[in-house]
Design a protein. Structure first.
Lengths: 172, 224
């Protein structure tokens, strides 16, 4: 209501965020609901995800493309799992195996990517954010609401676990 | 040994597989709750106005915008202004401008602050302006709340939107004021009142009902 100062707005930024909201809001809810099985919780997770997306909006190129879509569902999955853990009052413990991550078609992954598909969701998220989207551990920490040290640790654990799976599968 | 290059390639393949596993976004329709839609409108505003949000958050110096409520819109004429020694509201097509008409000697600056804020409100920062102060709070939903006042006749002119708000006259501790309620639930409401004796203009703006704004206003106290 108050007109304090003339604000410099970016119409591109405005339309980009709104476009993401209108295009992917339902999909994000779908992903969150699958994990939380509760409408209100799923909406909270979607909102949490949008806060993180807003903080990184400048790093998003085309708002409607596969790369953006996967980034968005990765973030909302992370927020939904966080909320699930909080609801279970076990947020301090890493129960990584109890929630399944994205169920990808086995025919679409092979070799190392097939091994990533077998990782717990938290590990998948860090691998995707770091190696697909090029986020630093500091940036990942902000998006996951964890410390940078924990993000580094998570990255290391994810790679160790991946190596272990690769060996079991005879990939390496 | 898994190299970063191998991970980048595999992560890209995995991301593509995720994308292929997702349902078509157009098939994922969901009617979000009003609560969610309200929160999203605020978030969109925040993304649309990052400069303002950053400024308020970092307590940088901004131009104070103060508003004053008069019972009626004064005609913008020399005669009308001459009859008023104090703050004058000038109406434009879709906004109002307030400015101080006349001169007054301010010997000492009196400080004011709210004695009560609704539960969940968190003080963010405050800073001095010409003849006044601005207090910034956030509520549980991270919406900004502002209390501001000025007693300086030389302070900046004040602007207020005039479209999309309903006005109502109110009285705060024997001072006349107006409460502005937005037609859009996503926009904040404001209460503006004028202490004619001390030539002080007060304003509270936030996502509150009229009653809450008045309750806050009635707890405004002098600090010195």
């Amino acid at each position: 209501m108050l007109m304090f100062v003339m604000m410099i707005d970016s119409p591109e930024k405005e339309s980009k965020f709104k476009k993401i909201y209108t295009t992917y809001g339902g999909l994000m809810y779908h992903v969150a609901y699958k994990i939380l099985n509760n409408e209100e919780d799923a909406e909270d997770a979607v909102h949490d995800a949008f806060i993180k997306i807003a903080e990184n909006i400048s790093k998003i190129g085309d708002p409607v493309c596969p790369k953006t879509r996967v980034y968005i569902v990765t973030i909302v999955e992370n927020k939904a799992i966080d909320l699930y853990r909080r609801k279970q009052r076990r947020s301090h413990v890493l129960y990584l195996d109890e929630i399944s991550g994205f169920e990808v078609d086995e025919n679409n992954v092979q070799g190392l990517s097939a091994c990533i598909a077998k990782l717990p969701p938290r590990y998948q998220e860090v691998i995707v954010l770091k190696y697909r989207y090029g986020f630093s551990c500091r940036e990942i920490a902000k998006q996951m609401n964890i410390t940078e040290a924990n993000a580094i640790k998570l990255d290391q654990r994810a790679k160790n676990r991946l190596l272990q799976i690769c060996k079991e599968e005879g990939i390496l | 040994m898994i190299t970063d290059e191998m991970l980048e390639q595999a992560a890209a393949e995995f991301a593509d597989a995720i994308d292929m596993s997702l349902p078509d976004p157009s098939e994922c329709t969901h009617q979000f709750s009003r609560r969610f839609e309200r929160k999203m409108r605020r978030l969109i505003r925040r993304v649309e106005h990052p400069a303002l949000y950053h400024i308020l958050r970092s307590a940088a110096c901004i131009v104070l915008a103060m508003m004053v409520g008069f019972g009626s819109v004064l005609a913008v004429s020399v005669e009308a202004r001459a009859a008023v020694f104090g703050w004058v509201k000038q109406q434009h097509d879709n906004f109002y401008v307030y400015f101080f008409d006349g001169k007054v000697c301010v010997d000492e600056t009196v400080r004011y602050s709210p004695g009560w804020m609704p539960e969940g409100c968190v003080f963010v920062t405050s800073y001095e302006t010409a003849g006044g102060e601005v207090y910034i709070y956030t509520d549980a939903e991270d919406t900004l709340i502002q209390f501001s006042y000025t007693s300086d006749p030389n302070s900046e002119s004040v602007y207020i939107e005039g479209v999309g708000y309903s006005k109502e006259r109110v009285e705060i501790k024997n001072c006349s004021g107006e409460v502005y309620i937005s037609d859009d639930p996503g926009k904040t409401n404001s209460l503006i009142w004028n202490d004619e004796t001390n030539k002080v203009l007060f304003c509270i703006s936030g996502n509150f009902e009229k009653e809450t704004l008045i309750k806050i206003a009635e707890t405004i106290e002098k600090n010195n």
